[in-house]
Design a protein around this ligand. Sequence first.
Ligand SMILES: [Zn+2]
Length: 54
Amino acid sequence: MAVWKCSQCGATKESRCKPKKCPSCGAENTMTKAEGQGESSSSCKGRGKKSCKS
Ligand SMILES: [Zn+2]
């Protein structure tokens, strides 16, 4: 599972897919990949909607 980090407040979140907005400060498009294991998560857009819910 990839780890995403907010470039604005520094909060981190573990998610398979890139979070649309920061769960901490609420800023949008600030989540950047901080750490990843295995599969690239860029391909999860548009599919696997269940896992992309949050
Ligand atoms: Zn943030």
